[in-house]
Ligand binder design. Sequence first.
Ligand code: ARG
Ligand code: ZN
Length: 414
Amino acid sequence: MLLQLLTISVVISTGIAEYKNYDGFKILEVNFQNPRVKKYVQEIDKNLGFMPDFLGENWKQKQAHYFIDKDSVEKVRSNLAMNNITYQMRDVNPQLFKVRRKRRDLNGVVTINDVNNRYLSYDEQMQFLNTLSQQYPDDVKLQKLGNSYEGRALTAVRIGDDGSNKPIVWIDAGVHAREWISYNVALYLVYTIVTQPVYRDLLNSVQLIVVPNTNPDGYEYSRTNDRMWRKTRSRFSNSRCGGADANRNYPFFWGTQGVSHHQCSEIYCGSRPQSEPEVLALTNAIQREETRIKGYIALHSYGQEILYPWGHTMHTYPSDVKDLIRVGKAMAKAIKAVNNTDYNVVNSGDGLYPAAGASDDWAKSRGIKYSYTIELSPVDDYTGFVLPEERINQVCREAFQAIQVLMIEVKTMF
Ligand code: ARG
Ligand code: ZN
């Protein structure tokens, strides 16, 4: 308690909290082309005796990336050597994780320029949406779905909601706090579809619901304390670790594969399905109109992949998987047309690891036909979650095209 008070007073007096230090951390990169290595990677938690923080994979080079803390580097090296696995241990530029976001004063209006050029605070995101809903009151309606653990509003943006019975495409962003690009993509999507007259027709036949920030507590924490924070910010009594992986907390095959039941794990699935208020709010909201929702995308980073169900286990597909692949490929093609960027369309369980309790699987289980997770850029460099701000706009423009493809696909689904 005393410690907490002290921390708070430091924050107040200097305006700057101690940012988590990643000196000495390394990125482990394993090429898993070889089946023997792939098997090692798929069982890396058993092999190492702990689950390293999986960052993402590079499907182009068939590499898996993990974040290794400085005290585990030697242990990991010797285990890899013992198993005859070739690998790279890359130094992390600790500066990447120390960038302190300038807090802009909220008197300045947040514009699309900001969305295109920098990562915004949660308050700025909300301010941007509020302004937009005031400018376009008929097209942009903000709906509060509930509160996060720390009491921040979880807001859905309803676009083209004219009370008629149109099919809905539902877009979620940022359930994983450190995947910052996803928030900008969602805001860019909202802005572009409302302000560009060419999308009027589309909005007459499809409704879009966007939840631009599904984990505001985690996101703010990643901005102010720990750039690599992934989970929610729930606190548990008698535990030194907090937060659950909200994308392991959905009520479908909850707690089975690719999860951890340990509170300190990055993939802690929570104490029970929907234990996280964020997940409860989202599942309730989706269920209220699930018969009309025909498309669902959870925006994540990184890896440039369009993932389709099922993802809770391997080699298991829904009966309409052909349709999911067809539309997935159409989305990838639309992305490529923007700037020749390649996205890979792949089953979410067949890659490196299945993961149960994720939102895409749950949405599919509720009958939402076209349900995907999109892992946004990058894929082929090591900035990973720390995508430079100069690259925000292109990723937004690419993802926008993919989402438009999905909207066109579902518009006749009634
Ligand atoms: N990177 C995402 C995660 O780990 C991928 C989730 C894909 N979906 C799935 N059901 N496995 O949460
Ligand atoms: Zn993610």
